[in-house]
Design a protein around this ligand. Structure first.
Ligand SMILES: Nc1ncnc2c1ncn2[C@@H]1O[C@H](COP(=O)(O)OP(=O)(O)OP(=O)(O)O)[C@@H](O)[C@H]1O
Ligand SMILES: [Mg+2]
Length: 56
């Protein structure tokens, strides 16, 4: 998945908290191009969501 994943602790904890809280939610991850939005979600999904799609 590229270089070692660096320093997204706050964002990963935020995703965990939202994932664990009951009820449906719509989350928006936004930021500049190439800042790491997709990588963040893939790294989080790898740990927390076995059903999530896996990168090749
Ligand atoms: N926390 C991180 N540690 C190390 N590398 C990272 C990190 N976040 C992103 N990268 C790397 O930086 C590059 C861009 O990341 P990514 O594709 O997730 O950005 P993006 O915000 O989704 O970009 P786009 O706006 O083009 O969709 C990728 O090669 C990715 O592996
Ligand atoms: Mg992206």
């Amino acid at each position: 998945m590229g270089a070692e994943f660096y320093d997204r602790r706050w964002e990963l904890e935020w995703l965990d908290e939202k994932w664990r809280s009951p009820g449906g939610q719509l989350l928006l991850v936004y930021g500049r191009r190439r800042v790491g939005k997709t990588r963040l979600l893939l790294e989080w999904a790898r740990e927390e969501c076995p059903a999530a799609p896996r990168p090749a």
